[in-house]
Design a protein around this ligand. Structure first.
Ligand code: ADP
Ligand code: MG
Length: 344
C-alpha cells in the first residue's frame, strides 16, 4: 500500500483550476521530488496533502486511508517551508519541540527527542541558542529538526533551499538526501530547481500547469525526457523538429540515422527531438560543417558552441583533446544514441 496516494485531485482558486486531475502514489521510503516552474501548483498540492487546503475534487489517502476531514495535526505529515516559519522568540529547543508539546508529550521525552533530532541534523547541543542569531543554514536545519521531531509518516519540504546562498545550496541537497536515506523517510520534496531534484530524489514528478508532465527516476528522465517541456525544463537546449522516415530523422542538421528501436514505423508531420550534449562530437570526417562561436569552461569539461549555417547552434562537450578556438572551422558528427524523440 502506498504511504501517500492522490486520486484525481483537482484544485481551484475562484474560477481557476490550478491542479487538473493529479494521480500520484508515493511508496513508503521513497524520496519524490515534485519539480516544476513557479505557479505550476506544487505548493497547492503539498497544502492539500497536509490538510491546509481542500481539493475541489478527488481524494487523498495516507496509508490507504482517505483523509478528507482529518485535521492537519492528525495526518502525520511533517512540513518545512521555504521561509522556515520559525518562532523568533523561542530558542532552538522551543522550536524543535513544538509539535511534541502540541501533542501533549511529557517534558522528559520531548527533551530527549529534541536532542536526538538536533544531533541528526548536525546541530548537537544547540537547544539553548536563539533562533534569531543562527545562520541561514542553521535555521534551515532547525526547521528540518522541527518537522522531524514528531516522527511524521511523510516529510514534505517546500523549496527548502529557497532562501539560502549559493554555497549552501550546493552542499545541502546532498546532506538532506543522506538524512532522508539514513532514516528511511518518505519524502515529498518541492523545488523549481532541476539540479536539486536530480540530486535529492529517487523519483522526479514534473508538474506543469497543474498536471503531471513526466514521472520517473532521475536517470530515466535525464537520459530520455518524454516531452519538449520536460527536456527544456531539465536544461537541455538543443531541441528541434525533424521528419521521420527511412530509418532516419531529417532535421535542421541533416539526416541522422536512428536505430530501428528508436524509430517508430509510422509517424506523420514534424517530430520534436532532442540532441543530448553527449550526442555531438568533433569528427574531421563528420557530415556537419560549422564554426566555433564560443568556448565555455565548465569545471570538468569545456562546452564548445558551434554555429552551423542554416541551422541552430550545436554544443559539444569536450573532455580533453585538442581545443578549437572561436572562429575555427570544425566538422561534427552526431551519435544516434544521443537522439531522443519527444512529444509536444
Ligand atoms: P507553485 O508552488 O508551483 O509556485 P502554487 O501552488 O503556489 O504554485 O500556485 C499555483 C497557482 O495558483 C498560481 O497561479 C497561483 O497564483 C495560484 N494561487 C496559489 N494560491 C492562491 C490563493 N490562495 N488564491 C488564489 N490563487 C492562488
Ligand atoms: Mg510554491
Amino acid at each position: 500500500m502506498p504511504a501517500l496516494e492522490l486520486r484525481g485531485v483537482h484544485a481551484r482558486y475562484a474560477e481557476r483550476e490550478v491542479l487538473t486531475g493529479i494521480d500520484l502514489a508515493v511508496e513508503e521510503g521513497e524520496v519524490v521530488a515534485l519539480l516544476g516552474p513557479s505557479g505550476s501548483g506544487k505548493t497547492t498540492l503539498l497544502r492539500i496533502v497536509a490538510g491546509l487546503e481542500q481539493p475541489s475534487a478527488g481524494s487523498v489517502l495516507l496509508d490507504g486511508r482517505e483523509v478528507a476531514g482529518v485535521p492537519v495535526h492528525e495526518r502525520g505529515v511533517g512540513l518545512m517551508f521555504q521561509d522556515y516559519a520559525l518562532f523568533p522568540h523561542r530558542d532552538v529547543a522551543g522550536n524543535v519541540g513544538f509539535g511534541l508539546r502540541m501533542a501533549g508529550r511529557p517534558a522528559g521525552e520531548i527533551r530527549e527527542r529534541v536532542a536526538e533530532v538536533l544531533a541528526l541534523v548536525g546541530l548537537p547541543g544547540f537547544e539553548g541558542r536563539s533562533v534569531a542569531r543562527l545562520s541561514g543554514g542553521e535555521q534551515q536545519r532547525v526547521a528540518l529538526a522541527r518537522a522531524l521531531a514528531p516522527r511524521p509518516r511523510i516529510l514534505m519540504l517546500d523549496e527548502p533551499m529557497g532562501s539560502l546562498d549559493r554555497a549552501l545550496r550546493e552542499r545541502l541537497p546532498d546532506e538532506l538526501a543522506a538524512i532522508f536515506r539514513r532514516l528511511g523517510l518518505t519524502v515529498l520534496y518541492v523545488t523549481h530547481d532541476q539540479d536539486e531534484a536530480l540530486r535529492v530524489a529517487d523519483r522526479i514528478v514534473l508538474l506543469a500547469g497543474g498536471r503531471i508532465e513526466a514521472d520517473g527516476s532521475p536517470e530515466a528522465l535525464w537520459s530520455a525526457p518524454p516531452t519538449v517541456f520536460a527536456a527544456a525544463f531539465l536544461g537541455f537546449r538543443t531541441i528541434a523538429h525533424g521528419e521521420l522516415g527511412d530509418g532516419a530523422i531529417r532535421g535542421p542538421w541533416g539526416p541522422i540515422p536512428l536505430p530501428a528501436a528508436a524509430a517508430p514505423a509510422a509517424s506523420s508531420g514534424p517530430v520534436p527531438f532532442l540532441l543530448r550534449p553527449d550526442a555531438v562530437r568533433l569528427d574531421a570526417a563528420g557530415p556537419i560543417a560549422g564554426t566555433v562561436s564560443a568556448r565555455r569552461f565548465r569545471g570538468d569539461h569545456v562546452l564548445l558552441v558551434v554555429a552551423v549555417a542554416g541551422a541552430p547552434d550545436l554544443e559539444v562537450e569536450l573532455r580533453g583533446g585538442p581545443l578549437p578556438a572561436p572562429g575555427d572551422p570544425v566538422r561534427l558528427a552526431i551519435d544516434p544514441a544521443g537522439v531522443v524523440l519527444l512529444r509536444d
